[in-house]
Ligand binder design. Sequence first.
Ligand code: NDP
Ligand code: 8X3
Length: 251
Amino acid sequence: MSKRIALITGATSGIGEATARLLAVNNFDLILCGRRKDRLQKLSVELESLTRIHTLSFDVRDQNETTQQIASLPVAWKNIDVLINNAGNAHGLDPIQQGSVEDWDAMLDINVKGLLYVTKAVLPVMVAHNHGHIINIGSIAGKEVYANGNVYCASKFAVDALTKGMRIDLNAHNIKVTGIHPGMVETEFSLVRFKGDTDKAVKVYSGLTPLRGEDIADLILFAVTRPAHVVVADLVVLPTAQASATVVKRQ
Ligand code: NDP
Ligand code: 8X3
């Protein structure tokens, strides 16, 4: 099979970075995206002996920048086969009455509107070719609401709804759409949620074995390597110690 092109948002850390490493050795050329240019550069240097790499640095909150960056892709990179909408984060963990508008805006702008902006910029090529696969990274928080999760949960419920809506609307265009919904994955996620408070971030995963970015990368690879007639529609994946958004067994 000839090489395919995958565009990964949020490739500078966690799930996206692990996915880049795995797809690089599984017959994919990669467009790596994120805001942190130094990290894009470092990952690019690491992977370019394995496959072709192109990097794009943009903030998914900025629709103009997102559209322009994707439009700027050289001809050899334009025919994207797989879009992995992974960029996202939680900002804060507060009861709704104490929530910060800045945090709410960040979560809705990045996790929902950013995902839409990237998808809108990539879809014309997929629609024109009647071919493509979109993977949206949702969350267990998009399946169940937990205390203080309010707006983050809402953003991930929106990702779940958009995943289903995309699958319906793109059905006529032969475009696969997959939702992957992880539970606790130890990445920079909690560090971002708690605004750099390492103690709080570490506590989230204490006394259990959380998922790693590589575990989600494995599922992404599985989803994008099914035969043409098979679409993995919806996957929820949890650490064994986690039974639901809130039931967690700690040592
Ligand atoms: P990380 O914080 O490790 O990675 C987040 C990635 O998103 C980074 O590469 C970051 O890149 C990118 N990103 C964040 N904001 C923006 C922005 N405004 N514009 C462009 N890129 C942005 O977290 P994870 O790897 O854990 O998170 C990846 C996805 O997985 C998210 O959608 C998250 O909600 C979801 N998820 C995570 C879980 C977990 O427990 N960790 C569980 C369930 C879902 P940069 O800062 O360089 O722009
Ligand atoms: C990240 C997992 O449980 O913190 O989406 O919401 S959780």
